[in-house]
Design a protein around this ligand. Structure first.
Ligand code: NAD
Length: 257
């Protein structure tokens, strides 16, 4: 087992479920002290129990990533308790409902943009000073294949994820000279609670989607978490401003032969 995160402090948002939980487990397994944030306190407690059972170090906090006050308090707590930050996985997100643009409730559009995009801006805004004070570090932002495609019915989600791609590139450009690498991760169809719920609501859409994936299956949360850990590790030391697509080939295009 690698211990390349020994002595490092890693922040994970959305740590109460799915990809974020698996990332918390994977970073901790490699030696990191993980600070997990989520609005779901029950989920956070479960994640903490799983990490500690595996012998890892974790602290958790109820944080609404769309609130600047919450994010600022969380980063102050990390600075006070750990004195540094080495990596941040800004991963919390929601899908929002499915409606055509002309029917999309404006309040829902704002809520998805706040939760998915404003949050990544706020997290980076408050993480960057602590990363700089720590002598450099890494940020990984969770986008989606919806940062590249136009999934009908999901205008808010796609807009938020395209926005994360842009924010990531700007942050990478602004911070490369400060020893900070910033990248994004674009998962495809990943079998987390988010997708399991959506699939149960629309089984025929779920079947069509799985069939359209060259790998013919959804991804496992661990397969996405491992990619996030790699992007945040020294093994990715020359990767700047990229969006790594981990989607079972969903966005290859072309056709099978
Ligand atoms: P999930 O629902 O299992 O986990 C998301 C977590 O984010 C939840 O614990 C939720 O409570 C938390 N969260 C939501 N709003 C929050 C807020 N305002 N403040 C703090 N925490 C909040 O979903 P997941 O599939 O693990 O999703 C993680 C990320 O991956 C999301 O950004 C999602 O858009 C992205 N993603 C997922 C898939 C997929 O197929 N599952 C595909 C592409 C991208």
């Amino acid at each position: 087992m690698l211990n390349d995160f020994d002595g490092k402090v890693v922040l994970v948002t959305g740590a109460g479920s799915g990809i974020g939980r698996e990332a918390a487990l994977a970073f901790a397994a490699r030696g990191a002290l993980v600070f997990g944030a989520d609005t779901n306190e029950q989920g956070l407690a479960e994640t903490r129990a799983l990490v500690e059972k595996a012998g890892g170090k974790v602290q958790v906090a109820r944080v609404d990533v769309s609130s600047e006050e919450d994010v600022a308090i969380f980063l102050s707590r990390i600075a006070a308790d750990a004195g540094r930050l080495d990596a941040a996985f800004n991963n919390a997100g929601i899908t929002g409902g499915a409606h055509r643009i002309e029917d999309y409730p404006t309040d829902d559009f704002d809520r998805v943009l706040c939760t998915n995009l404003r949050s990544v801006f706020l997290c980076m805004k408050h993480e960057l000073p602590l990363l700089k004070r720590s002598g450099g570090g890494v940020i990984c932002n969770t986008a989606s294949v919806a940062a590249l495609t136009g999934p009908g019915g999901m205008c808010a989600y796609a807009a938020s994820k395209h926005g994360i791609h842009g924010l990531t590139r700007v942050a990478a450009m602004e911070n490369a000279a400060h020893g900070i690498r910033v990248n994004a991760l674009a998962p495809g169809w990943t079998e987390t609670p988010m997708v399991v719920t959506a699939s149960a609501q629309n089984p025929s859409f779920a079947a069509q989607t799985t069939n359209a994936i060259p790998a013919k299956r959804g991804g496992k949360p661990t397969e996405i978490a491992e990619a996030a850990v790699w992007l945040c590790s020294g093994a990715a030391s020359y990767v700047f401003g990229q969006m790594l697509i981990v989607d079972g080939g969903m966005t290859i295009g072309g056709f099978a032969y």
